[in-house]
Design a protein around this ligand. Structure first.
Ligand SMILES: [Zn+2]
Length: 357
């Protein structure tokens, strides 16, 4: 059986480059030869053992590649075509999909709803930090890359841009809104860019890392609050003359940023939460206005599927957003352990790494 290189979860603290068989595909699948991929913050949670996955699983959920082989029932694509697939690969036919919640996918069982069922790559099936990946339900998930766009131009589409933009979309930002975005990691930066695209006219980013503060302005922030120098809640109230913001986007996943996101809202404002939390959240009584603030709290998992990917690549092709500056470091697949080390410790101003087999 032909073999390939892949980044494999061995045990908490260890993701190693090893060899495993090139995946077999079923009638509805496609085999993609990876040309570029990347490491996500979620992969670091997996590495640390904070998010459990099976031992031996290939990690990674952000594929850019070329169709190597199509399943016998797959129509509308050809081998050799350049494609991406979303980090979330919905089936398209589950109850959750047909309720419009593609990312949740899966189905309810007697024991309750299995959450996040649409997230399969590097979670419940082998992922794409490898030479090849099997894409399930290929006709729902493969999106051809428009001619003229490079791998790095579309590398943020599968997850970072889809997730970041969804923070702005779920917040239902309106033209002329004031928006706060807490944390300017890659997803927060894309939330900032998304808020500007939708029509927010005052965007306040909260961050303390100089390189990220600078990037926040580049992606559309009008003000950047360094939370190590000023209390962000007070600062945002000052910047809004006490009105508070229409929408706050939480892009970190911590108690303190969640609380601050709630406290800066105007009455009737929306907290759009993108963070991945690793413990119970407490809702502060004052920020929550004792439950009488007319607030909305929305959570979102990265939207996937080929139509989402097509739209995001169209945004890139239009030139309205350029995510290339987010790719700060480049590694070969052979060096992926080094890439994990750099990305996991956020050394050298890293935002995202590009990995090429
Ligand atoms: Zn991710």
């Amino acid at each position: 059986m032909p073999r390939m290189k892949a980044a494999i979860f061995v045990e908490p603290g260890r993701i190693v480059l090893d060899e495993k068989p090139i995946p077999d595909i079923g009638p509805l699948d496609a085999l993609i030869r990876i040309t570029t991929t990347t490491i996500c913050g979620t992969d670091i949670h997996i590495l640390k053992g904070e998010y459990p996955v099976a031992r031996g699983l290939t990690i990674g959920h952000e594929p850019v590649g070329v169709i190597e082989k199509l399943g016998s029932a797959v129509q509308g694509y050809r081998e050799g075509q350049r494609v991406i697939a979303g980090a979330i690969t919905p089936s398209g036919h589950s109850a959750a999909c047909l309720c419009g919640c593609h990312s949740q996918d899966g189905a309810g069982t007697r024991h309750g709803w299995k959450p996040m069922g649409g997230w399969r790559f590097g979670n419940t099936i082998d992922g794409c930090q490898a030479e090849f990946v099997r894409v399930p339900d290929a006709m729902t998930n493969l999106a051809p890359v428009p001619d003229g766009l490079t791998d790095e131009q579309v590398l943020m589409c599968p997850d970072i841009m889809s997730t970041g933009f969804s923070g702005a979309e779920s917040g239902r930002i309106r033209i002329g809104d004031t928006v706060a975005v807490f944390a300017q990691g890659p997803i927060g930066l894309c939330a900032t860019a998304g808020a500007r695209l939708i029509g927010a006219t005052t965007i306040i980013a909260v961050e303390s890392v100089p390189k990220r503060m600078e990037m926040a302005r580049r992606m559309g922030a009008d003000h950047v609050v360094d939370f190590t120098k000023a209390d962000p809640v007070e600062e945002i109230r000052r910047l809004t003359d006490g009105r508070g913001v229409d929408v706050s986007i939480e892009a970190l996943g911590r108690q303190e940023t969640f609380e601050a996101s709630l406290r800066v809202l105007r009455p009737g404002g929306t907290l759009s939460s993108l963070g991945v939390y690793s413990s119970d959240l407490k809702i502060p009584l004052d920020g929550f206005m004792a439950g009488l603030g007319d607030h909305t709290i929305r959570t979102t998992l990265c939207p996937g599927g080929k139509e989402r990917m097509r739209r995001l690549m169209e945004v890139i092709a239009s030139g309205r957003v350029d995510t290339r500056p987010l790719v700060t470091h480049r590694f070969k697949l052979d060096q992926i352990e080094e890439a994990y080390d750099l990305f996991g410790h956020q050394r050298d101003g890293v935002l995202k790494v590009a990995i090429t087999p």
